[in-house]
Design a protein around this ligand. Structure first.
Ligand SMILES: [Zn+2]
Length: 101
């Protein structure tokens, strides 16, 4: 009985450390979208410690994310410009309406 417990423990420890690159890249993406469990965070940490490929993947994802955030900000600036334009339109319309009166 003690042996089967030891085997189970060994298997679960091995499973924990032996996450594949596929699993890890999915977890990295998941981590960027929302908060993940501590177990998943540790799985990522352990895998990244031994896998250069996944470290690069994570760096690239972070770069893309930052870039997307930057573009989003720039996009909302353009949105604000459009709002200014529409407020300018309103002012012009008012002026024209006042002239016609
Ligand atoms: Zn990997």
């Amino acid at each position: 009985m003690a042996d089967s417990f030891r085997e189970k423990l060994r298997d679960s420890v091995l499973n924990f450390f032996a996450s594949t690159c596929k699993d890890t890249t999915q977890l990295v993406s998941e981590e960027m979208d929302h908060r993940i469990s501590i177990t998943k965070q540790w799985k990522i940490k352990f895998h990244l410690a031994i896998c250069e490929f996944c470290r690069h993947y994570k760096e690239q994802m972070e770069t893309l994310r930052n870039l997307a955030g930057y573009l989003n900000k720039e996009g909302s600036k353009i949105g604000n410009e459009n709002q200014l334009k529409s407020s300018a339109k309103e002012r012009m319309k008012k002026l024209l309406d006042d002239k016609e009166k």
